[in-house]
Design a protein around this ligand. Structure first.
Ligand code: AMP
Length: 390
């Protein structure tokens, strides 16, 4: 009972390549005190770099009496995209840990550099404060080798760290637990397929709270069709683009990550706009939707087989939470798998976790809003700031 001076607030920082998102959460009641985003880092009119962006965050919070210098602040939690095989749980950041995260940059060249910069600047601003790295890959560290291994030469794979790591782990962890809570059951007794459908998209198979398969791989490029990423394709497509198309590695990287997926198929990456165009009979938008849904159904089928028994399918993130059309099409006609939607429930909009399956459905279908920031804050607080024992 001697921790009177310890604060209960956690600042969650999500430093992307061109933006820094932040939330300040009071862990005493898990209330959000502030949230915001500093965008267009490095672009005209935006912050010059991540240092300036984080200083902007500090000024915005300070202006609301919630400054980084507040004694109420207990810790800073950082979203870090790639933890490799080394970081399989939230980790208190030290110089050595930061160096370890930097060493993983070759595995996540689009993401980890910004995470590293965010950590470095936050530590400069508050060197005394515990800072915790929460990894997007960590929830998938439990994947059995059969699911994590690619069928390539083992020595080559091991030498370059090539395996399936999976991403969106904080969301899959949060949503699989929240789904069990919605069903009024212990997560340890429930098998869930989580479909995280945002601008990035991934599926995971969670058996009794433990992740056993996931659609993203070495990088977030594999798996489902996404806003701008292709998801699964024959790796020989890359050789073909090099040999026949004369394209370079970086050009192909950009093509598959930034100009593919829904955007590549129809010129729009926003499912709302695609819905509007489909209603007007737009063929390209319809094709994009159909390819997206077809891939989703393949993963639902595959993960049903992986799990053997499925208790729930949970839709989350921007598309999953909002698009009744995607949910309905993805699970249409799967009664033989025990999945029966209730079209009326599915069409009702809402912000709370809810069931959209029929009462007769053996598999519960749920819409479960994700909250990655809260999950990061919980992990951070548990590790850095909770009162230590008696
Ligand atoms: P997220 O990455 O989770 O923020 O999801 C962003 C994506 O969610 C957007 O690109 C849209 O495609 C999709 N989205 C957001 N709101 C809606 C909506 N009302 N209906 C359909 N899709 C939506």
């Amino acid at each position: 009972m001697s921790t009177a001076a310890r604060g209960t607030r956690v600042l969650v920082l999500n430093s992307g390549s061109s933006s820094v998102k932040y939330q300040l959460i009071d862990m005493a009641d898990e209330q959000r005190l502030a949230s915001g985003v500093v965008e267009r880092i490095g672009e005209p009119g935006g912050a010059a770099d991540h240092t300036e962006a984080l200083r902007t965050v500090a000024v915005e919070l300070g202006g609301r009496g919630l400054g980084l210098d507040s004694p109420e602040l207990a810790a800073v939690g950082h979203r870090v995209v790639h933890g490799g095989t080394r970081f399989t749980a939230p980790t208190l950041i030290t110089d050595e840990v930061l160096a370890g995260i930097e060493e993983l940059v070759p595995l996540a060249p689009l993401h980890n550099p910004a995470n590293v910069t965010g950590i470095r600047v936050a530590r400069e601003l508050r060197p005394d404060l515990p800072q915790v790295a929460v990894f997007d890959t960590a929830f998938h560290a439990t994947l059995p080798e059969a699911a994590a291994r690619y069928a390539i030469d083992t020595a080559t794979a091991d030498r370059y760290g090539i395996r399936r790591y999976g991403f969106h782990g904080t969301s899959h962890a949060y949503v699989s637990r929240a789904t069990a809570a919605l069903l009024g059951r212990d997560p340890a007794d429930v098998n869930v397929i989580v479909l995280h459908l945002g601008n990035g998209a991934s599926a995971s198979a969670v058996r009794g709270g433990v992740c056993v398969d996931t659609s993203m791989g070495l990088t977030p490029l594999e798996g489902l069709v996404m806003g701008t990423r292709s998801g699964d394709l024959d790796p020989a497509v890359v050789f073909h683009l090099q040999r026949v198309g004369g394209m370079g590695t970086d050009e192909i990287d950009r093509l598959l990550n930034k100009r593919s997926g829904l955007l590549g198929l129809c010129g729009d990456n926003d499912m709302r706009e695609i819905g509007r165009r489909m209603a007007e009979g737009d063929k390209a938008a319809q094709l994009a939707f159909d390819v997206y849904v077809h891939r989703l159904r393949r993963y639902v089928g595959a993960f049903t087989a992986v799990l053997g028994r499925v208790d729930a399918i949970a839709f989350t993130a921007g598309v999953g939470e909002n698009s009744a059309a995607v949910r309905g099409a993805a699970l249409f006609g799967l009664d033989s798998l025990g999945v029966t939607m209730d079209p009326v429930r599915n069409a009702v909009r809402g912000h709370a976790a809810r069931l959209v399956s029929a009462d007769s459905s053996r598999v519960a279908v749920a819409v479960v809003p994700t909250d990655e920031e809260l999950e990061i804050a919980r992990d951070t607080y548990a590790l850095a700031a909770a009162p230590q024992g008696g």
